[in-house]
Design a protein around this ligand. Structure first.
Ligand code: SF4
Length: 141
């Protein structure tokens, strides 16, 4: 027979406890008497833990690398972007020079030594340091 449940009693599986036990269908469950203070503390700890988890997830997502621009992306095709700048169609883009690449372009958002970085022309993606596109502009020394 089932009796009414006292919601101030929280079943626990392990650990220290003091209090009583509940018998239901011949199964005894140990319980801990939870005062309003310990409930408040539990809620605060739970919220703190979930907040910390959310913050670490956010930090992780911010450090995760953005996808690379592909030569076949629509705006890459429009700008003549090639992940390997040496494969640029020089007939179509005669201003290309072998010395030009994303790493020495004014729009490259990374350090010259970074293998890839953001470019404002390709929002949410990264361009390869050795890539090139027709918007290349010499980075100021
Ligand atoms: S604008 Fe500059 S950094 Fe951006 S893709 Fe073109 S060459 Fe690379």
């Amino acid at each position: 027979m089932c009796s009414s449940v006292d919601y101030h009693q929280v079943p626990i599986a392990t650990g220290r406890y003091s209090g009583s036990s509940i018998t239901h269908n011949n199964t005894t469950t140990s319980t801990i008497a939870m005062t309003s203070t310990s409930r408040r503390t539990f809620v605060i700890h739970a919220l703190t833990a979930s907040g910390a988890l959310a913050a670490s997830s956010l930090a992780l997502s911010q450090t995760a690398a953005a996808p690379m621009v592909k030569d076949t992306d629509a705006n890459a095709v429009a700008l003549g972007y090639k992940a390997d700048g040496s494969k640029t169609d020089t007939k179509k883009y005669p201003k290309y020079a072998a010395s030009q690449n994303c790493a020495n372009c004014a729009l490259y958002q990374g350090k010259a030594t970074d293998a890839a970085a953001a470019c404002p022309l390709f929002a949410g993606k990264q361009v390869a340091a050795k890539a090139w596109c027709s918007a290349w502009a010499k980075k100021a020394a």
